[in-house]
Design a protein around this ligand. Structure first.
Ligand SMILES: Nc1ncnc2c1ncn2[C@@H]1O[C@H](COP(=O)(O)OP(=O)(O)OP(=O)(O)O)[C@@H](O)[C@H]1O
Length: 222
C-alpha cells in the first residue's frame, strides 16, 4: 500500500501541488488525468521518489520514503519501482539486452544472470530477435516494449508510467495497453499511470482527476 499524505510542492514560488493526498492499494491499476499543468507528472515523480516534496509523506508499506537518505532511497527505488516514460530513455550505445539488464546489474545482480533475465523478458514481449540490436534499430513500439521489460527486470511491486503511449501510433498504443493489462492480471503489480488517453483511463480500476495541484475527483470503476 502507498499512502501519499498532504504533499505540497512549489517551483519558483508557484505551488504546483497543494496538499495532495491519496492511498493506493496493492494491485490497483490507477490513472492520473487532468489538464496540462495540473501537477500530474510532479505527483508521479514524488510518488516515484524522483522528486522531493516541500512537505508531506509518501509511505510505502509503513516506510516514509521522503525521509530516506539518497543512497538508501536509490536502492529502494531500484528494488521496488519500475519506470516507463513517454520517451523510452534507452541508452543508445548499449544493446537492447544490456539496456534491460542495466537496473538489475545496478541492483547487484551479476552480468550473466541479468543478461539471461533480460533475454527472457524481451523474448516474452516478442523481442527475442532483437537482443543485440541498438535502440535506434528498433521501431517506436518495440522500443517502448523494451522500456517495459527494463521496468520489470527487478520484479518491482509498482510500475510508474508517465504518458507511456505519448509517442506511439494508435496500433502500438493499443498493444502497450494490452501489455499493461496483461501484466496487471498475471503479476498483480500496482500500476500508476499519468495519461491523457481516455481509453486507458476508462479501463483503469481507478481514475484520479487533478486540477491546479489538487485531486478533485477519485473515481473507482465497479
Ligand atoms: N522542474 C520544474 N521547474 C519549474 N517548474 C516546474 C518544474 N516541473 C514542473 N513545473 C511546473 O509545475 C506545474 C505542473 O507541472 P506538471 O508537469 O506536474 O503538470 P502536468 O499535469 O503533468 O502537465 P502535462 O499534462 O502538460 O504534462 C507546471 O506549471 C510546470 O510548469
Amino acid at each position: 500500500m502507498i499512502e501519499v499524505k498532504d504533499i505540497i510542492k512549489s517551483y519558483d514560488g508557484l505551488r504546483v501541488l497543494d496538499e495532495a493526498s491519496l492511498t493506493i492499494n496493492d494491485g490497483e491499476f490507477l490513472s492520473i488525468v487532468g489538464p496540462s499543468g495540473a501537477g500530474k507528472t510532479t505527483l508521479l515523480q514524488i510518488i516515484g521518489s524522483l522528486e522531493t516534496p516541500d512537505s508531506g509523506k509518501v509511505i510505502y508499506d509503513g516506510t516514509d520514503i521522503v525521509k530516506m537518505k539518497e543512497a538508501q532511497l536509490a536502492a529502494f527505488r531500484n528494488r521496488n519501482m519500475g519506470f516507463v516514460f513517454q520517451f523510452h530513455q534507452l541508452l543508445p550505445e548499449f544493446s537492447m539486452a544490456e539496456n534491460v539488464a542495466m537496473p538489475a546489474m545496478i541492483g547487484g545482480m551479476g552480468r550473466k544472470e541479468a543478461m539471461e533475465r533480460a533475454a527472457e523478458l524481451l523474448d516474452g514481449l516478442g523481442l527475442g530477435g532483437r537482443l543485440t540490436h541498438r535502440p535506434n534499430q528498433l521501431s517506436g513500439g518495440e522500443r517502448q516494449r523494451a522500456a517495459v521489460a527494463r521496468a520489470l527486470i527487478n520484479d518491482p511491486k509498482v510500475i510508474l508510467a508517465d504518458e507511456p503511449s505519448g509517442s506511439l501510433d494508435s496500433h502500438n498504443r493499443e498493444e502497450l495497453y494490452r501489455l499493461f493489462f496483461d501484466l496487471r492480471s498475471t503479476t498483480g503489480k500496482t500500476f500508476i499511470i499519468v495519461t491523457h488517453d481516455e481509453s486507458l483511463a476508462c479501463n483503469s480500476d481507478r481514475v484520479i482527476h487533478m486540477a491546479d495541484g489538487r485531486i478533485i475527483d477519485d473515481i473507482h470503476s465497479i
